[in-house]
Design a protein around this ligand. Structure first.
Ligand SMILES: Cc1cc2nc3c(=O)[nH]c(=O)nc-3n(C[C@H](O)[C@H](O)[C@H](O)COP(=O)(O)OP(=O)(O)OC[C@H]3O[C@@H](n4cnc5c(N)ncnc54)[C@H](O)[C@@H]3O)c2cc1C
Length: 553
């Protein structure tokens, strides 16, 4: 039972917080119209009403692109405007000013030592309805507060208070998790303000804050003709990418993103900040690189090795859609990638977009000089060819694309030998079904060549021996389209299951995998990962639905 004194103290803090809000433009309370439950229909309305890409005609995707593009701001909605000036003495009066009392009800339950923080977004704060969403608007969750600390001191404070009150929380950096792994109906610790990028050309290394997005990393380094291996989508966060492995155009040459990490700055469950390197906490260093997402601590930043890449060539091959051509391109591509040198990356894309189907092969050669091996492999199939040479930044820009729609879901498989005709036929049918009914979706089946340096790393990225990484992603615009998208993806997955390995990519998190997720993501590394978890986080402070547990499941 709370004492009268406690209640008084809390009301006083609320009052101070509200007065502060009314003076700071970024902090004005907003009247959330939602109730605190997953009400997806309302979320959809909001997404559609406020979406910056609303009504925009989708661009045909770049043929070599790994995902697709939308114009306009990269994230978020227009923030709601404040309608009531509130300066209140006590909660009952406060209620009259909130047409929806749920925001206030949430706010009231926050412990007093987590109130009034200038780097927090509360349910009554301006911007709450933007901040509570991830990039993927499928997840309509209402946290008590989102903390976006700016300093080590602030993040240590937040973690210590959440721990003290035994409050559930999630960790978010780039907010591109395919499931709500970085969201929580408790609290969210958001690293967006840890956004420094400090390259050191002399040492050939770069410090990157946990909140940085791939676009800013690629640009900052590319301007100096340097790069680290990243994924291709500019709005994805470096942290989630690197902690789960990280596959992209330079992976065959330098390994997955996690292989270029020299050190990791980590806030531990004990509330200490440590530097994790090959020499210090070597077991944790191994685990964080491939299985580090939300399980062992909060990453504040990384030092990466960076590589000088003066030039690159991008080749894009395109064919008109025809099932026989798709089969032939797959066979030619799969034979060709087995002969590839590691400087070359390639991916095979089957895409349904703008109500049309396309087949493309994207090729990037990060070495200097001429590059022609693809001609022998594909000339008999007579593709349309586009070749672009220039700085690496130019090639990276060609591969870059953000999600084309606000809702999406993906599935992935690692394949250890070339695909036979059956799963390829399933992919053809999967996309042709969308086309048959002229469905308003974007669907991508993309097969990435692995091999090269990916095989060599000493890390927890389990499927390093795979021949390829295949993923299927569907994007859509309206909540009402969701059921069909999920149904089609699940059906496709069932069809191809006998022809692919049982392993999936942890960065393409998929809650459909259910209880067997540990084996599916980490294969025979599971026990080692659990032992390391027990050592560094024995009370399982850092957890989400598919995190590394303290005991075997
Ligand atoms: C459109 C799109 C394209 C993609 N393309 C690629 C690609 O080309 N190659 C590739 O390899 N992957 C790709 N991915 C997958 C991507 O790497 C993962 O979704 C990744 O987890 C996103 O990281 P994030 O920081 O943006 O996400 P978040 O949602 O912020 O976090 C993802 C996970 O990491 C944890 N986490 C976040 N921050 C921290 C932290 N500071 N400390 C500890 N744990 C943390 C979260 O709790 C969560 O479990 C793509 C994803 C999307 C949506």
């Amino acid at each position: 039972m709370r004492t009268k004194k406690d209640r008084l103290k809390k009301y006083l803090i609320i009052l101070i917080a509200l007065i502060t809000c009314s003076f700071k433009p970024n902090w004005r309370p907003t009247c959330s119209k939602e109730v605190r439950e997953t009400n997806t229909i309302q979320a959809e309305r909001q997404v559609r009403a406020d979406s910056p890409w609303r009504g925009e005609k989708r661009r045909s995707p770049f043929v070599g692109a790994s995902c697709l593009e939308r114009k306009g701001p990269q994230s978020g909605f227009k923030e709601q405007s404040w309608q009531h000036e509130v300066l209140l003495q006590e909660p009952n009066i406060l209620l009259q000013f909130f047409p929806d009392q749920n925001a206030y009800r949430l706010f009231r339950q926050i412990p007093s030592d987590l109130l009034g923080l200038s780097y927090a977004i509360y349910p009554i704060s301006h911007g709450y309805d933007t901040a509570r969403f991830n990039d993927n608007k499928r997840f309509n969750i209402f946290p008590y507060a989102i903390f976006a600390p700016r300093t080590e001191h602030e993040i240590i404070y937040v973690l210590s208070k959440l721990k003290k009150h035994h409050l559930p929380f999630s960790i978010r950096s780039g907010g591109h998790c395919f499931e709500p792994g970085s969201l929580s109906s408790g609290y969210v610790i958001d690293l967006r303000n840890f956004n420094t990028i400090r390259p050191d050309v002399q040492k050939k290394e770069v410090y990157i804050g946990a909140g940085c997005k791939l676009g800013s990393v690629i640009t900052a380094l590319g301007k100096r003709n340097y790069a680290i291996p990243t994924g291709t989508c500019p709005s994805v966060g470096i942290t989630g990418l690197a902690l789960g492995g990280g596959l992209g155009p330079l992976s065959r040459l330098f390994g997955p993103t996690c292989d270029s990490i020299k050190s990791i700055t980590l806030l531990t469950a004990e509330g200490k900040i440590i530097e994790v390197t090959k020499k210090h906490h070597s077991d944790l260093f191994w685990a964080l690189r491939g299985a580090g997402n939300g399980s062992y601590g909060i990453v504040l930043g990384f030092t990466f090795k960076m590589y000088y890449i003066p030039a690159a060539t991008t080749v894009t091959l395109t064919w008109n859609w025809d099932p026989a051509t798709v089969q032939a391109v797959f066979q030619a591509w799969q034979a060709w990638v087995q002969t590839l040198k590691p400087t070359v990356t390639t991916q095979l894309n089957l895409i349904y977009n703008n109500k049309t189907l396309s087949i493309t092969v994207g090729i990037l050669n990060a070495g200097k000089g001429s590059f022609s091996g693809w001609q022998t492999a594909f000339s008999s199939l007579q593709p349309q060819v586009q070749i672009i040479q220039g700085p690496y930044l130019k090639s990276a820009a060609l591969f870059a694309a953000n999600p084309p729609n606000p809702f999406y879901k993906a599935k992935s498989e690692f394949i250890f030998q070339p695909l036979s005709q059956e799963p390829i036929q399933s992919a053809i049918s999967f996309l042709e079904e969308f086309a048959l009914n002229q469905e308003d979706y974007v669907a991508v089946c993309q097969l990435y060549a692995m091999g090269g340096a990916i095989r060599k790393g000493n890390n927890a990225f389990f499927p390093k021996k795979a021949f390829g990484w295949w993923h299927q992603t569907v994007f859509w615009d309206r909540q009402s389209q969701q059921e069909l998208a999920l149904e089609k993806l699940r059906k496709f997955k069932r069809e191809i299951a006998p022809f692919v390995s049982p392993y999936s990519y942890v960065n393409y998190v998929d809650y459909d995998i259910g209880k067997k997720y540990l084996r599916v993501y980490y294969g025979n590394e599971v026990h080692r990962l659990i032992r390391i978890k027990r050592k560094y986080d024995p009370h399982n402070l850092f957890h989400w639905k598919q995190s590394i547990p303290v005991h075997c499941k």
